[in-house]
Design a protein around this ligand. Sequence first.
Ligand SMILES: CC(C)(COP(=O)(O)OP(=O)(O)OC[C@H]1O[C@@H](n2cnc3c(N)ncnc32)[C@H](O)[C@@H]1OP(=O)(O)O)[C@@H](O)C(=O)NCCC(=O)NCCS
Length: 233
Amino acid sequence: MSVASPFRAMPGTDFKTKLAQLRIRIVGRLRLGLYSRSTRYGLCRDLGVPIEKPNAKIPIDVRPATETDLRSLLSLDESQDIEDRLEIAWRRAFADKGAKRCFVAIDQRDGAPCYMQWLFNAADNEFIQRLGGFPLLQPHEALLENAYTPAKYRGLGIMSAAMARIAERAADIGASHVITFVDEHNIPSLKGCQRAGFNPHMLHHRTRLLFGLIKGDDFETLAGADPRRTQRF
Ligand SMILES: CC(C)(COP(=O)(O)OP(=O)(O)OC[C@H]1O[C@@H](n2cnc3c(N)ncnc32)[C@H](O)[C@@H]1OP(=O)(O)O)[C@@H](O)C(=O)NCCC(=O)NCCS
């Protein structure tokens, strides 16, 4: 089994796919407009607090991603709606930038990958800061980023089951706390995170100017008694 390598994450991408990816990313940029402001919840799971891990409606297992997994999960085709194509193009670009340590969930009925998410730790701070939009990770922290379940697998509880298990892999890279960021309007993802043992602890306000060419980030830790820490999505 070959683990996805940092700089050849999406090898063999043909010209047509590269062009499609570029077109979709331009659509994403144009949507940002001249000025946009968004808020994400920062959620945290303390691995020292045991949780009852949820199970998906299909049998799954999690393991490090291979290049074949990435190609399968991130293939672009005309049948996907534009929202999904934007999500895929975003992750393809993320992989191309050199994101390492991607994990996948596998559908044990046929071995097909059905979920993906990247795991980072403080050793990845340089890469994370280059991306922008994340606080500097402390030595005890890990970051889970860019969860994705292909449309045909959604609503089967795969995200929560897989994320609960992938988060625990953070202990292998020295972390005791795992954080993740989710747009305040992405209810499926917020629900999935919460079922995987994550709860809100900060807000990330992002301002983008000129189609996202200029970005500003502001992180706000929620006060201990803030009701958003314990709200249910
Ligand atoms: C977000 C995403 C990963 C969820 O994947 P999933 O495997 O379908 O998630 P789950 O089946 O575990 O569902 C998570 C929760 O959202 C709920 N849900 C699913 N679709 C929903 C919808 N359209 N509206 C409201 N809730 C929804 C599920 O019922 C579940 O809640 P529950 O635990 O209370 O039952 C998937 O929708 C996706 O890939 N979306 C596009 C990319 C994205 O938004 N990634 C997250 C970035 S932070």
